[in-house]
Each structure stands twice: as C-alpha cells, then as structure tokens.
Write a protein that binds this ligand. Structure first.
Ligand SMILES: Cc1cc2nc3c(=O)[nH]c(=O)nc-3n(C[C@H](O)[C@H](O)[C@H](O)COP(=O)(O)O)c2cc1C
Length: 335
C-alpha cells in the first residue's frame, strides 16, 4: 500500500506542545503536526517566548511544522530566519483563519482575498525556505470559488505542499465540507495536496481515499481532540474500535494534567485548557454533555478531578461512532 501521512491539524488552545508531547506518549498513528499559528511581529527580531510552543529543544512528541500568520513579507522573512535558527526546515503559512477580525486585516483567509499580498507572501516564504514552505487555505472567504481563482498564484510558487480545509471562511467550522470544490482545487493544484475537514472515523477516511485516490496526506484536528485513539483506528481499519482502552485513556488524561500544571502558572489556565479539551472529548464519550457541564462549572482543579473521577466511576465508555462526512456528500460530482 502507498505510504500515507496523517497530520495533526493546528487547533489553537488545544493542540499545543504539551498536548502533542503527551498524546505521543500514549498513542500512535500521527506522522507530523502543524502548530497553532504564531503571529508575525513587528521588528527585526523575534522574542524567544513567542516560539516556545515549537521549540525543538522541548519535548514535541511528534515532529512539528511551525505555522505563522500575517501579511507582511519582510516580517515573514524575519520569522523564518528565527525558526531556522531554532533548527526548523519547514514553515506553514496560515491563509485560512476565518475570524472576521483577522480576515478584515488581510490575514488568515483574508490573505487569499488580496491577490498581490498573497503572492508576495508565498514568494517570500519560498525564497526564504526553498523546498520547505507550505500554505494552509480554505475554499474561499465568502464563496467557495476563490481558491480555484488563486490557483495560478499557488502553482507559480514552489510550495512543498498545500493544505486545503474544504470550507469557506464564512462557514467557520460548521456546515458540510464541500467535497466537489475540494476535488476541483486538488485537480488544479500542481503541488502535493493535504485534505482537511471533518475526518472523524475510519469510514470517513476510507471513503475519502476512494474518492481521491491521488491524495495521500490527511490532516485531522477535532477528531483527534475528541478521540485520541482515532489515528490508531485510521491506521488499523474500520473495525478496530476495541483498541479503545479506559486505562490508557485515564493515563493520558492524568499525564496531560501533570504536564500542564508543570508549565502553566496557576490553576486557572490549566482548567481553561481542560474545559476546551473536554468540549471535544464530550462529543464521543458516554455521558459526555453531563460531564462537560460539570467540568465547565469547575472552579478548581480539585473540582475538575472530581468530575473526571465521576465519569470513570459511572459507566465510562464511548458512544457509537458518528461519521464526520456523510456518504452522500462524498458522492457529489465534480462540476
Ligand atoms: C479551536 C480551533 C482552533 C484552530 N486553530 C487553527 C490554527 O491556529 N491554525 C490553522 O491553520 N487552523 C486552525 N484551526 C482549523 C483547523 O486546523 C482545521 O482546519 C479545522 O478544524 C478542520 O479540520 P478538522 O475537522 O479535522 O478539525 C482551528 C480550529 C479550531 C476549531
């Protein structure tokens, strides 16, 4: 079978370094990760603190590609030099962040809307990091035809890969992924393409493989946050549900708590991380919504621990799997 890459998507506030470190101690199946975005900053040097999340001197668990967000080519060059200094040979540019504040400023998905800025950023990145620069895009900002219109700019830059989240920015993270538009963009792109969006089960991936036989790189975010066993099931086939094991899950949660307590100052930020993580976990666990509510109401780490202990003491387990992508969507014809 051809080699496939499974890549952890950047989820700001969730897939931070500590998550990647701890996940990799307990689970397998992911080849690389793209970091949550690091903003480009004014000036001719980058404060080391800004790069702590992608510091190769700290345990990363999975090889990590730093992602940056911004629209100024000179600041991109400064940032790439700082990342190269740290030993990074790969950098990804965020051209997909959908938040209106970001988009209005021409960053994230807003960069796709400004053709000249987009071209200059891709040129600067490829020049500064030959063979090591990639971009993560959406299908468009308001409508899903923009990416196809930007393909000449994307193809003209010697990018090493292009990640396509098959939604518009207006959709944020909801609504169906547009498989037909992804297919069109993928056909038109001369670079290796990574599919991204709503892979939640082995059945999702199996159908995507059939639909896009030339795609061999798959990026998954919320699916892994919601179920850390997912990459193992994606590797192992569709009926490997039995691989889920409560003792491993417990060890993962406990380890994550300890590592976060060691690197964050005070209980509040640690609690914040777990409230965010459980938002996703609760989507796959039995009794998920009720447990999430208890965790969201936790004021201290002791409250949090009691809520988690309560879940393990009741009837812990996982709900029947729900595909992220309906089969009918995958059958959409390419226009
Ligand atoms: C909370 C959250 C934070 C995100 N942060 C980033 C980010 O920093 N950079 C980025 O390119 N995408 C970011 N994304 C988008 C994801 O990387 C991914 O494209 C999206 O969630 C769809 O993939 P999934 O369905 O596998 O999660 C974020 C998404 C969420 C929900």
């Amino acid at each position: 079978m051809k080699h496939e890459s499974l890549i952890l998507a950047p989820l700001r506030g969730v897939t931070m370094r500590t998550f990647r470190e701890v996940w990799a101690r307990h689970f397998t199946g992911l080849d690389t990760a793209v970091s949550p975005f690091v903003p480009l900053v004014a000036g001719d040097r980058v404060k080391p603190g800004l790069l702590a999340d992608v510091d190769p001197a700290l345990p990363q668990g999975i090889p990590v590609v730093p992602q940056v967000i911004g629209r100024d080519p000179q600041l991109l060059r400064v940032m790439i030099a700082a990342l190269q200094d740290k030993g990074h040979a790969r950098v990804d540019l965020n051209a997909g962040c959908p938040w209106p504040m970001v988009v209005r400023k021409g960053r994230g998905a807003g960069l796709m809307a400004r053709e000249d800025d987009f071209r200059r950023m891709l040129e600067a990145g490829c020049e500064a990091l030959p063979g090591g620069f990639s971009v993560k895009v959406r299908l468009g900002v308001d409508t899903p035809d923009l990416l196809l219109r930007r393909m000449p700019v994307i193809n003209a830059a010697p990018l090493c890969e292009v990640v396509i989240h098959a939604r518009t920015a207006r959709q944020m993270y909801e609504g169906t992924v547009d498989i037909a538009r992804f297919g069109e963009a993928c056909e038109a792109c001369i670079h290796p393409v990574i599919y991204n969006g709503d892979i939640r089960t082995a059945a999702d991936l199996a159908r995507l493989r059939t639909r896009f036989p030339r795609v061999t790189r798959w990026m998954i975010g919320r699916g892994v946050a919601a179920d850390p066993f997912l990459p193992e099931r994606l590797r192992g086939g569709s009926d490997a549900g039995a691989l889920r094991d409560l003792a491993r899950f417990r060890a993962y949660l406990d380890d994550l708590l300890e590592v976060n307590r060691a690197v964050l100052f005070g209980e509040k930020p640690v609690l914040g991380r777990f409230k965010e993580l459980w938002y996703y976990l609760s989507q796959t666990l039995t009794d998920g919504p009720q447990t999430l509510k208890r965790i969201q109401h936790s004021a201290t780490l002791d409250d949090y621990r009691r809520a988690v202990d309560g879940w393990f003491a009741r009837a812990p387990g996982w709900m029947p799997e729900r595909d992220g992508i309906e089969g009918s969507i995958l059958n959409q014809e390419t226009r």
